[in-house]
Design a protein around this ligand. Structure first.
Ligand SMILES: Nc1ncnc2c1ncn2[C@@H]1O[C@H](COP(=O)(O)OP(=O)(O)O)[C@@H](O)[C@H]1O
Ligand SMILES: [Mg+2]
Length: 562
């Protein structure tokens, strides 16, 4: 966890920003529109006070060719335009942001699909949930409230400098320029180091607290059973206090930075005024032009204040952006084979198969086995010897290191992935049922199945009668059944899914190890009856499960023998 966080801040802010902007793609032109609207809008806002100053300058005897009527009209036009342009700016920014969030969510789910299942085994589920929810939300801040403010600040500040320089002389323009650079760049840079640190720490505490809390809720039954509630509660409270502490620190740092900014703005306004007065006393500037110049500078800090307020958000944004970019850049453990060989399962042969997850610890070494049509193959071995790993390799969840996995004589790496998954199905130790109806849960194996097909599969898995005994039959919601659904019944539904899928080869990974002996008997019988139509590879650490097997392999320490 700690290592991951360290890696997450390693990509530089500029690089993250560039990568995130690249994701804009064709939405970039709307961003340009937003920036133009925002800049012109801000200049209009300044126009309101500026034309006021022009009016005063005229009253003070400055030679201004505009009549009072025109000055008042221009002031009103500026005011109305400001409102309109601001609306357009915000509209385009949010249009971009939400369109992009939709695109990003789609990309993340796409990435999860290709990374699944291998790469997701090791990732904490809490952090993925955090990524899908809060990280994406944080990026909204970036797209809607970060890129265009920066561009607007640069554009508006340049316009003001040129304007003040032409109207009131370049000395005042220089003061304004130094002010903009100080408020918009220097102060934020000084405070950003601290803010970045506290932002990253806050995010990491937040994610870790979420994961721990979610985990505690999921395991609440075991906590109560082992009377471990007090310790768990204490740990939740401790983490919550740490999170609160980090939040306070972050708020404290943010406030300090904001105060420094305000102070600088006030200082530079005073300096501008002083320089203006000095220039007037030295007869280098008329009072009227001085007033116009000073008023222009007074009102012009808005956009740079807006970017100085960014770092607090930005560090969080960068941390979120980095995590999202990391996920998008993560290489899947295996690439699906597209346009590969189609197959109709007939037999399986494994030759000298070796595998290691990390390149160091050998999990499987030199495995040889075969399975023919209509056979039930048993693989028995102690927990941790590599049985599940072997099954995962047969489904190509991971890429094998050495040896061959041949379906009908063709290597698994050239077989079309879709075709492979159509032919081979796995029922794992625990069947996950979604909080939907039983029927919908079955349909994930075959979305367009006829009702008769569903019932047929359930009959084969000896679970049809049980489902009918439920108050709403196939329409019963799994969530509403809660504990009324035993592990054995869930497993039988899992088995029905596998039958419904219609695959010729079914891999069963400890299908009965969480199940009572009655259910084990039912499941094993159901399998035996399928024997003539299906090939089955049955894995278990229990010898008793092997009673239905035609041939049995033994496994120990990653080695297999008959
Ligand atoms: N995703 C993984 N990453 C790294 N090591 C793993 C992973 N899955 C399993 N292992 C390790 O591989 C070995 C074999 O595990 P497994 O195939 O699950 O055994 P079995 O199913 O026989 O109990 C174990 O030492 C386990 O810790
Ligand atoms: Mg296992």
């Amino acid at each position: 966890m700690k290592n991951k966080e360290k890696r997450a801040v390693r990509r530089s802010g500029a690089k993250i920003m560039a990568s995130l902007i690249l994701l804009l793609g064709s939405l970039a032109y709307i961003m340009v529109l937003a920036v133009i609207n925002g800049s012109v809008g801000f200049l209009c806002a300044m126009g309101v006070t500026l034309f006021g100053a022009v009016g005063i300058a005229k009253a003070l005897g400055e030679a201004i060719s505009l009549s009072y009527g025109v000055i008042v009209t221009l002031t009103i036009v500026c005011g109305v335009l400001r409102g309109l342009l601001r609306y357009l700016e915000q509209y385009s920014n949010h249009y971009i942001a939400f369109r992009l969030l939709a695109v990003l969510r789609d990309k993340i789910f796409g990435a999860l699909r290709t990374l699944c299942p291998a790469k997701l085994e090791s990732k904490q589920k809490g952090s993925i949930i955090a990524m899908i929810t809060s990280d994406i939300e944080t990026l909204e801040v970036f797209y809607a409230h970060t890129i265009s403010p920066i561009c607007i600040a640069v554009l508006v500040s340049s316009c003001i400098c040129v304007f003040v320089g032409t109207v009131s002389g370049w000395w005042l323009a220089l003061v304004a320029l130094v002010g903009f650079v100080t408020v918009g760049i220097v102060v934020p840079m000084i405070s950003s180091g601290k803010l970045k640190e506290s932002g990253v720490r806050y995010r990491s505490e937040f994610a870790s607290f979420n994961a721990y809390f979610l985990d505690s809720i999921k395991g609440i039954k075991d906590i109560v059973l082992h009377n471990a509630g007090t310790e768990r509660e204490a740990e939740v409270n401790r983490r919550s206090d740490v999170l609160l502490g980090e939040t306070k620190k972050m708020k404290h740092d943010t406030t300090k930075a904001a105060a420094a900014t305000e102070l600088c703005v006030s200082l530079f306004i005073l300096i501008t005024l002083a320089v203006g007065i000095l220039l007037v006393t030295k007869d280098m500037l008329t009072i009227g032009r001085m007033i116009i110049g000073v008023v222009a500078v007074f009102g012009s800090f808005g956009p740079v204040i807006a970017i100085s307020a960014l770092p607090g958000n930005l560090t969080q944004t960068f941390a979120s952006g980095d995590r999202v970019l990391n996920l998008l850049a993560e290489e899947p453990a295996v690439q699906p084979v597209i346009d590969g060989k189609d197959m109709v399962y007939n037999n399986l042969e494994v030759k000298n198969l070796s595998f290691s997850y990390d390149g160091q610890t050998q999990v499987l070494s030199d495995i040889c086995m075969h399975a023919e049509q209509g056979e039930i193959i048993g693989i028995v071995g102690e927990s941790g010897c590599g049985k599940s790993t072997l099954l995962k390799l047969l489904l190509r969840f991971w890429k094998k290191n050495q040896g061959e996995i041949l379906y009908n004589g063709a290597d698994i790496d050239v077989i079309d992935s879709e075709s492979l998954l159509d032919n081979v199905t796995m029922v794992s130790q625990v069947t996950y049922l979604f909080d939907e109806t039983i029927e919908e849960n079955l349909r994930i194996a075959k979305p367009d199945a006829m009702k008769e097909e569903l019932e047929e599969a359930c009959k084969l898995a000896s679970v049809h009668d049980f489902i009918l005994s439920l108050p709403e039959g196939y329409q019963s919601r799994v969530g509403a059944l809660g504990d009324n659904l035993s592990a054995g019944e869930k497993q039988r539904i899992g088995l029905a899914r596998a039958f419904l899928r219609g695959s010729a080869l079914i891999l069963l990974d400890e299908p009965t190890s969480n199940v009572d002996s009655i259910n084990e008997g039912i499941i094993l019988n159901a399998l035996k009856e399928q024997k003539s139509k299906k090939s089955i590879i049955l894995v278990s650490h229990r010898e008793s499960t092997m009673s239905i097997a035609d041939r049995i392999y033994h496994m120990e320490g990653g080695k297999l023998w008959a």
